[in-house]
Design a protein around this ligand. Structure first.
Ligand code: AMP
Length: 243
């Protein structure tokens, strides 16, 4: 039986009243380490890890008409239109299993997306806990992306790096044993297009979060271990959740 939407909405508001959810946006250019941080931090804090990039890749893997449209956009290194991203993300956030909160990885990427998210949380009588910005130099990003490998099993989607975070067995996912692949959008020409698009979109989002409050910037380099970056992000989230 399908439960009416207004009833689940009411239940969610009640739950949020007694236990404020934790919502974190992890921002940073391609290869900034959003996925690596989120996949460790989410289980530690009991939160969902929602990567809009992974949601898009899941749709592509299903080879639906929508998936085919998304695939063309992603291959060109462009942003997927808001109405598609909003629909897929809202569906995930609405699932009761995700009511404790979520780490959003790769969202928002534009000011319009940031405003939409604030409006959605406002409708649910809650708010964004913190917007964490991972800052990395362009040279470090190129080194990271050229070695990044992802699990070909889209329901797993674990990410690795041939140098910084290698799997136990080369080319094989530690978690589900599927083959690892290089993402089509990690190819150098697509990476450059993504960096240009990211920089243009980033400034207004940072302005927005500076204006509404709750922006936390963390500078990382390839000399930092994933554990150090994770510890910094975790401190930022916990300090903001207790505000
Ligand atoms: P990511 O895995 O976060 O690097 O995202 C991979 C690709 O998915 C991006 O280059 C975009 O084409 C698309 N995508 C992911 N998140 C968003 C978003 N918030 N808005 C629009 N497109 C997105």
């Amino acid at each position: 039986m399908k439960i009416p939407r207004f009833l689940t909405g009411f239940a969610r508001s009640l739950v949020f009243l007694f236990r404020r959810p934790i919502y974190v946006t992890l921002m940073g250019g391609p290869g900034a380490g959003k996925g690596t941080v989120a996949q460790s931090l989410a289980p530690q804090l009991g939160l969902a890890h929602l990567s809009t990039g992974a949601l898009m890749r899941r749709e592509v893997a299903q080879n639906t008409p929508l998936g085919q449209k998304i695939e063309k956009i992603m291959k060109a290194g462009k942003l997927v239109p808001d109405e598609i991203v909003f629909k897929l993300l809202e569906q995930e956030l609405e699932r009761p299993a995700n009511w404790r909160g979520a780490i959003l990885d790769g969202f928002p990427r534009t000011r319009a997306q940031a405003e939409w998210l604030s409006a959605l949380f406002g409708k649910w009588y809650t708010r964004l806990t913190v917007a964490v910005q991972l800052e990395v130099s362009e040279a470090d990003i190129i080194e990271r992306l050229s070695g990044r490998r992802v699990c070909s099993n889209t329901t797993c989607g674990n990410t690795y790096h041939v140098k910084f975070n290698p799997p136990k067995n080369e080319g094989v996912c530690d978690k589900c044993k599927s083959a690892l692949t290089q993402r089509a959008d990690d190819k150098p020409e697509v990476v450059l297009a993504r960096l240009v698009e990211y920089r243009a979109a980033q400034a207004p989002i940072l302005e927005y979060y500076k204006h509404v409050g709750g922006l936390w910037s963390i500078h990382t380099t390839n000399a930092n271990t994933p554990a150090q970056v994770l510890a910094n992000v975790k401190s930022a989230v916990l300090a903001s959740a207790n505000r």
